[in-house]
Design a protein around this ligand. Sequence first.
Ligand code: NDP
Length: 397
Amino acid sequence: MGKVLIIGAGGVGTVVAHKVAQNSNVFDEIMLASRTKSKCDAIAEKIGVNKIKTAKVDADNVDDLVQLFKSFQPDLVINVALPYQDLTIMDACLIAGVNYLDTANYEPKDEAKYEYSWQWAYQDKFKAAGLTAILGCGFDPGVTSVFTAYAAKHHFDEIHELDIVDCNAGDHGKAFATNFNPEINIREVTQKGKYWQDGKWVETEPHEIHKPLNYPNIGAKESYVIYHEELESLVKNFPTLKRARFWMTFGQEYLTHLRVIQNIGMARIDPIIYNGVEIVPIQFLKAVLPDPGELGENYTGETSIGCRIKGIKDGKVQTYYVYNNCSHEAAYKETGAQGVSYTTGVPATIGAMMFMKGLWRKPGVFNVEEFNPDPFMEELNKQGLPWHELFNVDLEM
Ligand code: NDP
């Protein structure tokens, strides 16, 4: 049993709040805090009276965070605000003696660049304080990293090739919308591609490598190699990997909108002066795009995310495909949020459960693949994200 503080009341925060409240045998006190308190109140009201406390917090401000941590005294903070807040929240955790979990690695606001170096630099401080920091506990990163650890533990002597495949075959009926925070999403998918090959990173132009891949229950979808943050920790933690890539599906309509947004300067992250006021174009764009948290109502179809792995078992080459399919409609029915928020919020909750139960608890800063994958995999089946495995199938790679 433990006390948990959720920071961020967006699509993912909505799902975490629902799932944490469903698991009252593990979480006995829950607080949801965010920049806009009314959003926290609306979520808490939907879940039911008195289950969740709410608060306003500016997660860019360490003093504000420390004050909240000291008054509520949580055992663990689940950070589902934005990647910009990772370091301030980690700093506040160290000051107030609170453990930490997030779903996305730190990004500086003024540079579309994400890497773990900033958060890995907290290793000694968390160790010395006897606190645990669990990094990247959404679906990807998160479940894909646990899938890889599970495969390496149970099905291979050595893993050599890893292809993470992320398909969203859903339809929200909008001409253009992003499935999670538009600013973070557009920064992610417009950057150059990058994958790991024979001990070094190979850079590509954005969306340069692509081909159709077949997804279970969905069929063939054009899939593009993009850089994704879990590749950085996975190649470090599984040094036998000779190649590691991340593929994501995009529709033509989505890519056309993205190209236009970039060409007209609306993806810019540097401030410009508009009517005498400083604005950042991509932040303005976010304000006029559909709110990802509101896409759920008419969202049909499903996501399919998994790991396709090739390696050696008992001297023979083996292939393995482990994946989850998640229905947008079912996610909405349960939590009021769409599948992408659901597939992120459920693993964050499971990671928090792993911590509370003492199964994922050791001083220091860790990526999820560094913990025992077995109890997490078991819990995925119970908490709404069942997984399936296929052996020695054509991986299409
Ligand atoms: P949203 O934009 O919907 O929600 C973000 C929330 O954080 C909002 O409630 C926002 O407040 C709040 N927030 C932003 N800045 C601050 C601040 N300074 N202080 C306090 N609260 C703040 O994003 P999502 O829910 O879609 O995504 C949440 C996180 O999940 C992101 O970090 C994203 O990268 C990550 N993610 C991870 C995935 C994975 O698989 N690993 C997949 C998808 C997302 P307000 O409501 O006032 O704007």
